[in-house]
Design a protein around this ligand. Sequence first.
Ligand code: HEC
Ligand code: HEC
Ligand code: HEC
Ligand code: HEC
Ligand code: HEC
Ligand code: HEC
Length: 498
Amino acid sequence: MRKKLPTYFYNPFSFSGYSISIISFGLIIFLTIIELLSPETKPYMGIITFIILPFFLVVGIVLSVYGVVRERKRLKKGISRAYLLPLIDLNSPKHRKIAVRFTLGLIFFLLISAFVTYKAYEFTETDEFCGTICHSVMSPEYSAYEFSPHARVKCVECHIGSGAEWYIRSKLSGAYQVYAVLFNTYTKPIETPIVNLRPAQGTCEQCHWPKHFLGEKRREFTYFLSDERNTRWSINLLMKTGGGNIEAGPTSGIHWHMNISYKLMYYPSDRERQDIPWVSAQDTTGKVTIYKNIESDFNFAEMDSTKLRRMDCIDCHNRPSHIYYNPSSSVNLAMVQGWENPDLPFIKSVSVEALEKNYSTKVIALDSISIFVEDFYSSNYPDIFRNNKSDIEAAIKEIQKIYTRNYYPSMGVSWKKFPNNIGHLYYKGCFRCHDGKHVSDDGKVLSRDCNTCHIILAQKFEKDALRISLGGIDYKHPVNIGAAWKNTNCYVCHGVEE
Ligand code: HEC
Ligand code: HEC
Ligand code: HEC
Ligand code: HEC
Ligand code: HEC
Ligand code: HEC
C-alpha cells in the first residue's frame, strides 16, 4: 500500500482521533440537515450541534495531533512499527468472521449514536430543558411561568421566535449562557429587562394580532385592609383595552393610542426602564409631539439617541409569563377564595408581614412563617389559637405556598426586583409617563385622570352602599389620606420602599 501522507500519520492514537472527529462531524451534518428539513425551528438544539459535538470533534483532532507528534518522536528515535494495522486475510475463515462482526458492530454503533443524538436534540426543545437543566438558575422563571396564562406557550416562542437570524443569535447567547452557568458568572437575580430580547413583532404578534379589537373588559379587584377586622372592599374597573383597524371596524382605547395609531419613542434613563424623562408621539399624519418630565433633573442635552426605544407590547406587558406577585395582592386573593379565613383577626397584615421578612433560605422561610403566625395568635388571641387551630394551619399552608411561588432567596428573586409595567399601584407602570408631570412644549399633559385608561364603574365598602355608575364614579381611597392619592403617585406608598 502506498501511503499518501508521511508515515507518522499512521498510528493507533491518530486513528482513534480520526474516527472520533469523523463521527462527530458526521453527526453535526446529520443534525443540521434534520434542522433544515424540519418545519419548525428547534432553537436549543444548538447546545448539541454547536457545543457538545464540536467538543468531541476537538477531542478527536487533539488526539490525532498527539498521535502524530508522538509517532514522529518514536520514528526519530528509530522505533518503527512492524505493522501499523492488524493484518486481515479474508481468505481465513477466522479473520472473515471477525471482519463481519466488526462491521456489523460499527453499523450498530453508528445507528445508536445517531438515535441518541436525535433524542437529545428533541429534548432540548422541551420546556423542562429550558426550565430545569439550568435548574436553580431559572427555577423562579420556570415556576412563575407554570402558573401564568402562557403556561402552554413554549419558552422559545417568546424568547426566540422563528427565522434564521434570531436563531443564530440565540445560539450565540445560548452558548454564552451555558458558559455562565458552568463557571458561575451569571448575575443573581438574572437581570431584567433582557437587553437583546427579540422585538414583539417576531414573538407576541405571531399569536396576538396587534390590530385585533379587544373592546373593553370589566375587572373586579377585592381587597382587605390591615386592620383587626380585615375590612373588605372592592372596585370595578372597565379597562379600555381597545385596539382596532380603521378598515375593518372600530378603533379606540389603550392599544389604539399606544401601539397602533401612534409611533411612540421613549428615552429610559435607567437600566430597568423605570425612569422615563422624555417621550415622543408621532401620529398618523406624521406630526410629532414631545413630552418631557418637567420635574426631572435629567439633562436633556445629554440624551444618547441610540438608547431611544420604540414602544411595543413588552414595554407594557413585560411580565406576561414570569409574574412575581406582590404579597398584598396574593393574600387578598387567598382571602377572597376563602383559603385564608377573613374572620381571623389581623390575618391580612400578619400574612403580609410573614412574607416580607428577609429570609436567607427557603427552608428557613417556611419554618419561620409557621412559627411567626402561631406565635402571633397564641400570644394575642389565645382563645382563637385554641379553638380555630385548623383555620390557622390552613392560613399558614397558604402563606407558605405564596412564599414558594413568589420568593426565591437563593436567586435573590421577589416582586421587588421585577417591576410589572401593567397598572400603577405597586410599580410605576403606566405612571412612568402618565404622572401628570410629562408636558409638551404647547402645554399638553400626559393625563393621570382616573377615567383615561379605565372607567371606575363601582366601589363597595363593607358598610357603605354600593356606589355605581356606567359613566364612572369618583374614586374613594379606602383609608383617609386626604388628597394624597391625587397628588402623590400610588406606588410611592404602595410600591417597593426606596
Ligand atoms: C409569553 C411569553 C414568554 C414565555 C412563554 C416565556 N417567557 Fe421568559 N420572558 C418573557 C418576557 C417578556 C421577559 C422580560 C423581558 C424584558 O423585560 O426584557 C422574560 C424574561 C425572562 C428571563 C430574564 C429574567 C426575568 O425574569 O426577567 C428569563 C431567564 C426567562 N424569561 C426564562 C424563560 C423560561 C425558562 C421560559 C420557559 C419555561 C420562559 N422564559 C417562557 C416572555 C416569556
Ligand atoms: C404561541 C402563542 C402565544 C405567544 C407567542 C404569546 N401569547 Fe399571549 N396568549 C396566548 C394565549 C393562547 C393566551 C390566552 C390564554 C388564556 O386565556 O388562557 C394568551 C394570553 C395573553 C394575555 C392575556 C393574559 C390574561 O391575564 O388573561 C396577554 C396580556 C398576552 N397573552 C400577552 C402576550 C405577550 C406580551 C406576548 C409576547 C411576549 C405573548 N402574549 C406571546 C398565546 C400566545
Ligand atoms: C400602553 C401599554 C400597552 C401596550 C403597548 C400593549 N398593551 Fe396589551 N394591554 C394593555 C392593558 C392596560 C391591557 C388591559 C389589562 C388588564 O385588563 O389588566 C391590555 C390587554 C391585553 C390583552 C388581554 C386582552 C383581554 O381582553 O383579555 C392582550 C392579549 C394584549 N393586551 C396583548 C398585547 C399585544 C400583543 C401588544 C403588542 C402588539 C400589546 N398588548 C401592547 C396595555 C398595553
Ligand atoms: C413611554 C411613556 C408611556 C407609557 C409608559 C404609557 N403611556 Fe400611554 N401615552 C403616552 C403618550 C405620549 C400618549 C399621548 C399620545 C398623544 O396623544 O400625543 C399616551 C396616550 C395614552 C392614552 C390615550 C389618552 C387620551 O387622552 O386619549 C391611553 C388610554 C394610554 N396612553 C394608556 C396607557 C396605559 C394603560 C399605560 C400603562 C399600561 C400607558 N399608557 C403607559 C405615553 C406613555
Ligand atoms: C395611564 C392609564 C391609567 C390611569 C391614568 C389610571 N389607571 Fe388605574 N389602572 C390602569 C391599569 C392598566 C390597571 C390594570 C392593572 C392590572 O391589570 O392589574 C389599573 C388598575 C387600577 C386599580 C387596581 C389595581 C390593582 O392592581 O389592584 C385601581 C384601584 C386603579 N387603577 C385606580 C386608579 C385611580 C384611582 C386612578 C386615578 C388617580 C387611576 N387608576 C388612573 C391604568 C390607569
Ligand atoms: C400617602 C400614601 C398613599 C397613597 C399616595 C396612595 N395610597 Fe392607597 N393606601 C394607603 C394606605 C395607608 C392603605 C391601607 C393599607 C392597609 O390597610 O393595608 C392603602 C390601601 C390601598 C388599597 C388596598 C391595598 C391592598 O393591597 O389591599 C388600594 C387598592 C389602594 N390603596 C389604592 C390606591 C391608589 C389607586 C392610589 C393612587 C391613585 C393610592 N392608593 C395612593 C396609602 C396610600
